[in-house]
Every structure is written in structure tokens, then in C-alpha cells.
Design a protein around this ligand. Sequence first.
Ligand SMILES: O=C(O)COP(=O)(O)O
Ligand SMILES: [Mg+2]
Length: 224
Amino acid sequence: MTSNFPRLVLFDLDGTLLDSAPDMLATVNALRAERGEPGMALENLRPHVSKGARAMLAAAFPQVEDVQREAMVAQFLARYETELAKHGPVFDGIEALLGAIEADGGRWGVVTNKPEYLAKQLLPLLGWQTRCAILIGGDTLPQRKPHPLPLLHAAQALYVAAEDCVYVGDDERDIVAARAAGMPSVVALWGYRLPEDVPERWGGDAMIASPRDLLAPRAWPRKT
Ligand SMILES: O=C(O)COP(=O)(O)O
Ligand SMILES: [Mg+2]
């Protein structure tokens, strides 16, 4: 009998496994408070969380000049380190999905653009340290998503062909990276998107509304 799951599932982190928007909001609002600015609402920050720290800071501090904002990145990361996994849980259904992949004999890993030192701290906080087969951060390799290198590296390190893996991500750059790697992809529609994002145009192999939907037979795209 063929398995219900791919041999290796690689996941994006923010907006796919982890609902990190509340942690990001606490961080951004602490920086805003230091500047005497009122707090931002979650709904205004949430759509920017999977676009990277710089894009998120641009949304949170539109009045700040680019050079100055660049200097805020280090401040943001230092503060965010103190908020990791404090406010935002993993998305509903993710634990059941990871458990089902493991029970099926499959492996799973994380490929994120988040700096590796932060992503590494999250794993034990989420109880995933011994379960996650590989973790690639945005600065682990010379290239980050949308470049295919992090996905290709993760697959190769675990001796799985790219076409036998699936990458699950909530942002266009996740799907672009998977396509460039020759890896089937799933668009996580439960994640973070701007109103102008059109996931139907990203070229993913499947679009899934909830992690629970990936428990269904034949939910996963396959190239082989
Ligand atoms: O920190 C980022 O750039 C976003 O992280 P992600 O790649 O896990 O969505
Ligand atoms: Mg994301």
C-alpha cells in the first residue's frame, strides 16, 4: 500500500506551522512604545509577517526612512528573541498533522527565512527539537527563499530526491522556491497574505485551507 504522506515534508515556519503574528505584534508594539507611538492592531500587522522582518518593519513604521529602518532590524530581532512562542501558538491541526506524518514513518523538517539562531530556539519551545529532521534558516546557506537552494539542501541532506518531498508554505516566495527546486508544493491558505496576493497565480500544486485537510487520503501532490 502506498503511503498517504510524502517521504519528507518540509514546512515554512511563520504562517505555516507557527502563528507567530502575535509574537511579532508584541515586538513591534514594544518598539512603537519606545518611540512614543500607539500600539498597532494585530489585523494590520498579520498580513506582513511572512514577508520578512524588513517588509514587516516597513508596514509598522512607514514614516521611518529606509536607512533608519535598516538599523531597527537588529533592535527588532533582539526584542523578538524575548517574545518567541510566548503569544502565538502553532496553528490548529498542525500537531495532529506532524504526528500523522511521523506515525506513517515519514519525516518532516523546517525551511524558513527566519535567522537560524531564532528558529533553533523555537524548536525546544514547541517540543519539536528531537522530532524535526532538519532546520534551515534564512542565513544557514548563501541563498534564501525564493532561491531553491535551502529546499534542495534539506532534501539532499536527508537523502530524499526533491520530487519525493513536498514543501508547504504560505507565501509566494515559498512556492517559487519549490518550483525552482522541482519540488511539489502546497499553499497553506491558513497563513499570512496581503489583500493583493493571489495564491491561485503562484503555481502551487495544491491549495489547502486547513492543516487538517492534509490528513485526507490523496491530499498531497506527487510528482513520482
Ligand atoms: O522571517 C521571515 O522572513 C519569515 O519567515 P518564514 O520564511 O518562516 O515565513
Ligand atoms: Mg511564512
